[in-house]
Design a binder for this molecule. Structure first.
Ligand code: FE2
Length: 487
């Protein structure tokens, strides 16, 4: 793997994302010596790795107003093809990226890797390297926490690893967030995984700040000079859209929910459960937690989700997949009075609406891919795990959930006291198939018309760079079963 350039115009690499059957977003950034410069950047996309058979190309301008990032919606392309692309400016060439369009029509197989929670000071991005080393993926699903907003040392100290993120303070302003993305994109493993695979990404809370909701965040503190929430959120969103290979929606407002059709095999629906949600209810406020008026998705997104699921089921698409942030499954045993308010457990009315919809519309073969918790979980998704669900047969299950461990953030159960939670949860949750609270890695999701296979790959450490990984767990969901079985 070539070392990333730490000088020159193209020092942040290249990326692609939001693939469709006929087009894909291509991304790069130039770093000019003069911040007032306007730089012509040419691009081309080709059918071969040597970029001989060019199928599209052009020139775009990089300028300060978008932090010198460049995004192109390249097409028209042919479905289910690998393509290769590069940028050039002022006589310099970028690395050559590789991407893939979505299939159309009958589709035998789809392979995705799911990742989240890459925390630069907390460790090396070894899981990204593992994903980059897989040549046969259709796309990488990033379910959020692509960056962390904190000052070094608050959540992960990169001093010993020489991974201190810039700026040397918490990211609050547009300039802060842009600089933070630039630090992350200096990482060679992150650059490589972007270079070789298209990304389909959504944000979680740390792209803005910890435990965010539509109107604020636990870690937004105007009294400490962090200013107006709306200004901060808009700044964070702007930097995200500048730096991520995402197709930007037309019109007012920002929403990230969008769908990707992998031929007749998978409809992937990406959700934003963070940016438009109601404030977390205090854990003891059970009435608020059950209140159907409280929302995680907001009415427009919820309506869109239901329309998409219904249409997908009726079209006969084999599988439906949700890419979203916070854990969906019920994880609070009845004898535990206080639910964890930052997951769908804290928005039970909203979750009931989804479950009611799945049951009423007979939406089947649905896999919910989540992240956020810095741990690995797998569930049969059921309305009530203790009533009307049978673990031995999967009777009563409506979907399955696959929760992605962190790339490098500190694992959930590493601290004494927390570690003891794992066996208690395993004993208390009949629908829980996997809980690993101590390792980092990613999930490989391999889909055919007959079954969905999910494999958890773990890395031995993030304290040094390594390509080592182990297959830690694997479950299969046979089509029509809505349940996970050890593979
Ligand atoms: Fe995270």
């Amino acid at each position: 793997m070539p070392a990333p350039a730490d000088a020159g115009l193209f020092r942040h690499g290249v990326a692609s994302g939001d693939p469709l059957a006929d087009r894909v977003i291509l991304w790069t950034r130039v770093t000019p010596a003069d911040p007032r410069a306007v730089i012509d950047v040419d691009w081309r996309i080709a059918a071969d790795p040597a970029l001989g058979q060019v199928v599209a190309g052009g020139t775009v301008q990089a300028r300060a107003a978008r932090d010198f990032t460049v995004k192109v919606d390249a097409g028209p392309l042919r479905p289910d093809r690998r393509y290769y692309y590069a940028f050039g400016a002022r006589g310099e060439r970028s690395p050559i990226g590789r991407t893939k369009t979505l299939p159309e029509g009958p589709t035998a197989r789809v392979r995705l890797a799911s990742v989240c929670c890459s925390n630069y000071p907390a460790g090396f991005f070894n899981p990204y390297r593992g994903v980059a080393n897989r040549a046969d993926l259709d796309a990488v699903l990033h379910v959020g926490d692509y960056i962390y907003e904190f000052q070094n040392g608050v959540y992960g100290d990169g001093s010993g690893l020489l991974r201190i993120p810039e700026p040397r303070k918490e990211a609050v302003t547009l300039s802060d967030y842009r600089i933070r993305y630039a630090t992350y994109r200096s990482d060679p493993d992150l650059q490589e995984v972007h270079r070789v695979h298209p990304f389909i990404a959504v944000w979680d809370d740390h792209e803005v700040t910890n435990d965010g909701w539509a109107g604020g965040a636990a870690n937004h503190n105007p009294e400490r000079g962090e200013g107006d929430w709306a200004v901060r959120q808009a700044a964070a969103y702007q930097a995200y859209l500048e730096w991520m290979p995402i197709r930007e929606a037309a019109g007012a407002g920002i929403h990230l929910y969008r769908s990707f059709r992998f031929g007749t095999l998978v409809d992937l629906l990406m959700l934003d459960t963070r940016g438009v949600r109601d404030r977390q209810a205090p854990g003891k406020d059970l009435a608020a937690i059950a209140d159907p008026r409280r929302t995680l998705l907001g009415a427009p997104q919820e309506g869109w989700l239901f329309d998409e699921l219904r249409a997908s089921q009726r079209a006969g698409t084999a599988w439906r997949m949700l890419g979203q942030q916070v854990m969906f499954s019920r994880v609070t045993p009845p004898q535990w009075p206080v639910p964890y308010p930052d997951t769908w457990d804290g928005y039970q009315g909203a979750r009931d609406r989804v479950l009611d919809f799945l049951a009423a519309e007979r939406v089947r073969d649905l896999a919910i891919v989540s992240g956020d918790l810095h741990s690995s979980w797998a569930f049969d998704v059921t309305r009530n795990p203790w009533d009307g669900y049978q673990a031995s047969t999967g009777a009563g299950a409506l979907a399955v959930e696959l929760l992605t461990p962190a790339v490098s953030s500190p694992p959930l159960f590493v601290n004494p006291g927390a570690r003891e939670m794992a066996p208690l949860l395993r004993a208390a949750l009949p629908h829980l198939k996997l809980l690993d609270g101590e390792r980092r890695g990613y999930v490989l999701i391999d889909v055919t018309a007959e079954r969905l296979l999910a494999e958890w790959y773990f890395v031995p450490t993030v304290q040094e760079r390594t390509a080592e990984e182990t297959r830690g767990a694997a479950f299969v969901c046979e089509r029509g079963s809505s349940r996970l079985v050890t593979a």
